[in-house]
Design a protein around this ligand. Structure first.
Ligand code: ASP
Length: 356
């Protein structure tokens, strides 16, 4: 009888432990839906901005046009990584493709300031060394991500702004353009609509000054990329024209290391897009990394916590793309959509726009 009880008790204990192990496993899986669990050789993930992107406001031509550029961009970085190139090169060249497209709010498609100019911001970070570079408020540098990279590689500083940043760009022989290069009719019309509504909207709040009734949103199309290379090095970068109708030299999160961009080989690489003021206050990109490093959270868990609880809790909106040191990739956003794509080391491509 005594032996029978011991047997029954041991059996119950063992079954209980097994069930607990299974349920822990199940939680871990559901916490990283868009991720793999094995160590990947390399991985790359991009965004082209988050916002009120609804299928009903899109034409199939427009949707296809965005997908073409997203695919061209991510394949550029993928090919660099596949042939053993660095994550920093993959991030820079991938962002260049989106900067050169008028579809995104970066480089050629940058939004207009209240003064009808275009002021561009960008940043990049190397997860292996924690080196970083950023530029803010430039008006003549064709590809701001190249300037951010030059600041990191060839200056003793992390962030340069305005005229000084442009002087440095010239010294670095980066391509400079006349400010009119950044003109696109779409973006200019968006500024006009916002300014017109400001005139009639006398008691507008802070948010009203940026709301474009036609696109039904405040901002659109910042670009960013995060990548892991074959040497296990992570990098991230972000480039933007900021927010339409911004004034007084306003600078958003995109060029701020820790807010718009962060990379650390010990945790992850992150690029943000969204309402910059909230992303700065929540230190979004670094916070995700910190939750992984200090709290042991998975990338998916950390990203969800920061975007939904922290940014959402403050009343902000936007999203991130990120990859961790194992090659797990995450898209997380609290807006209706986010232009986004990922490619893993098997060449599997995901391109999405809406929430799904
Ligand atoms: N984060 C950018 C800014 O606030 C805008 C965006 O991502 O759409 O400047």
């Amino acid at each position: 009888m005594k032996y029978l009880s011991i047997f029954v008790l041991s059996f119950l204990l063992l079954t209980g432990c097994k069930n607990e192990a299974e349920s822990t496993q199940a939680n871990a899986t559901s916490a990283s839906q868009e991720s793999s669990t094995e160590q990947a050789d390399f991985a790359i993930v991009i965004h082209g901005g988050a916002g009120t992107i609804l299928k009903k406001n899109m034409t199939s031509e427009k949707e296809a046009a965005y997908k073409v550029v997203l695919e061209e961009a991510i394949r550029t970085g993928y090919n660099i990584l596949k042939s053993g190139g660095s994550s920093l090169d993959a991030v820079t060249k991938t962002i260049n493709v989106m900067e050169d497209s008028p579809l995104f709010n970066a480089g050629k498609g940058a939004v207009f300031t209240n003064a009808e100019t275009n002021e561009l911001d960008a940043s990049i970070m190397d997860g292996a060394t924690l080196n970083a570079g950023a530029s803010a408020g430039t008006t003549t540098v064709k590809n701001p991500i190249d300037l951010a990279r030059a600041v990191m590689d060839n200056s003793p500083h992390v962030m340069l702004a305005g005229a000084g940043a442009e002087e440095f760009a010239k010294e670095q022989a980066l391509e400079l353009v006349d400010p009119s290069y950044f003109f696109t009719e779409n973006r200019f019309n968006s500024l006009k609509r916002i300014k017109d509504s400001e005139k009639v909207e006398l008691d507008h709040d802070n948010k009203q000054a940026f709301f474009d009734s036609e696109i039904n949103d405040y901002k659109f199309g910042t670009v960013g990329c995060a990548a892991l290379d074959k040497n296990g090095n992570l990098a991230a970068g972000t480039s933007t024209g900021g927010m339409t109708n911004k004034r007084w030299g306003r600078i958003g999160d995109a060029p701020i290391i820790g807010a718009g961009t962060y990379a650390n080989n010990a945790s992850c690489a992150v690029s943000s897009t969204g309402w910059g003021e909230y992303f700065i206050r929540a230190m979004v990109a670094h916070d995700i990394s910190a939750l992984m490093e200090y709290r042991g959270m998975s990338l998916a868990e950390a990203a969800r916590t920061v975007i939904h609880d922290k940014v959402g809790g403050l009343g902000g909106d936007g999203g991130i793309v990120a990859v961790d040191h194992q090659g797990n990739m995450v898209f997380e956003f609290n807006t209706a959509g986010m232009y986004r794509a990922s490619m893993n080391d098997k060449g599997e491509l995901i391109i999405k726009i809406y929430r799904d």
